[in-house]
Design a protein around this ligand. Sequence first.
Ligand SMILES: [Zn+2]
Length: 88
Amino acid sequence: MDECDEPDCAATLKELDVFLDDELSASARLSISHHLAGCPDCHGAFDFHAELKIVIGEKCRNEEMPSDLLARIEQCFSTDFDNDGQIG
Ligand SMILES: [Zn+2]
């Protein structure tokens, strides 16, 4: 079995946010999905990340999230939760 084009866990986790934002190429999405399907660790991280992104996104929209708190959460997860183009 040739697994040369399979992303490893580190590569998968690195792409999670881009994956969630739907900004990956079709082939990159496919290889990430494939890895998630076969890797409980990454799948767990993905679920957590996806859920967190939804919750925080809703709080941002409803202005329930103080911007300094959001900035700290974004820095913690290295993720642009409110999609303002910057982390923090
Ligand atoms: Zn993995």
